[in-house]
Design a protein around this ligand. Structure first.
Ligand SMILES: [Zn+2]
Length: 255
């Protein structure tokens, strides 16, 4: 679908050759800039320029679909040399590929990581910027962010989002009824994360992704669960939506 694809053209990027010393250690990082991003990196300069170009295209094509508030500052992304260096310097668990640090509002990952992992963290940045951080339910935060984590390149070099990915497998036989799922505050199990992503795949398929994000944020002051927002944009009751979503999940699992 056109709305779910982004095109990558040439973007003017400013490269800075002066090494930057990271506050997290004595590592020297180089810097590259685009209109909405500052990227500090270790490793190949060409790869860094390619990455910031993809990030810039992602932001300019996707952000305005969901949010009106202009970004105040550029988004800072720090890419260590490889996964080993990223894990060592930031102290995150080995399972992490990338993360958004809410205290300094920066995105951390490594130069060899898939761009989808960094797109995912951009969404955390957007949500933090637009909602002030921790008011959003975890299933909403992770589901929406993970919607963008597996971009698929099309023949015309644009990317498409919203396809089932590796998470879907863990959801088989583990469905939680939608009403209780949306009221949950934790998201520990892999199948919960898969269901959170599925929620957004379903919205996208219905053409309701933008309107749901808008309504969820609009209703956030009185309904964290997002149930009222979902009922309003679909005009259906939660049991009915639960049935449709579960069926959709089974259909895509069977492919
Ligand atoms: Zn996440």
């Amino acid at each position: 679908m056109k709305l779910n694809s982004i095109k990558f053209g040439f973007i003017v990027i400013f490269s800075c050759l002066i090494p930057f010393t990271s506050s997290a250690g004595k590592l020297k990082l180089s810097q590259v800039e685009s209109p909405h991003f500052t990227l500090f990196y270790r490793g190949d300069k060409k790869k860094a320029e390619e990455k910031i170009s993809l990030l810039e295209s992602f932001h300019t094509t996707q952000y305005s679909r969901f949010f009106n508030k202009e970004l105040g500052d550029k988004i800072t992304v720090i890419l260590y040399k490889d996964k080993k260096e990223y894990t060592k310097v930031t102290g995150v668990k080995k399972e992490f590929f990338a993360h958004f640090e809410s205290t300094d509002k920066k995105i951390y990952s490594n130069s060899q990581e898939n761009i989808g992992a960094i797109f995912h963290e951009c969404v955390h940045y957007w949500l933090n910027y637009n909602t002030g951080g921790d008011r959003v339910r975890l299933w909403f935060e992770e589901g929406f962010a993970s919607f963008f984590e597996s971009p698929e390149k099309k023949e015309d070099k644009s990317y498409e989002f919203g396809r089932p990915n590796w998470r879907q497998k863990s959801l088989q036989g583990k469905w939680t009824s939608l009403a209780s799922f949306m009221q949950r505050v934790d998201l520990r199990e892999e199948h919960d994360k898969a269901q959170a992503r599925l929620f957004f795949l379903w919205l996208s398929k219905q053409g309701l992704l933008e309107s749901y994000i808008n309504k969820y944020i609009e209703f956030l002051d009185f309904d964290f669960s997002g149930i009222d927002a979902l009922k309003e944009i679909t005009g259906k009751n939660i049991e009915e939506i639960n049935g449709e979503m579960k069926l959709y999940s089974e259909e895509i699992s069977a492919i």
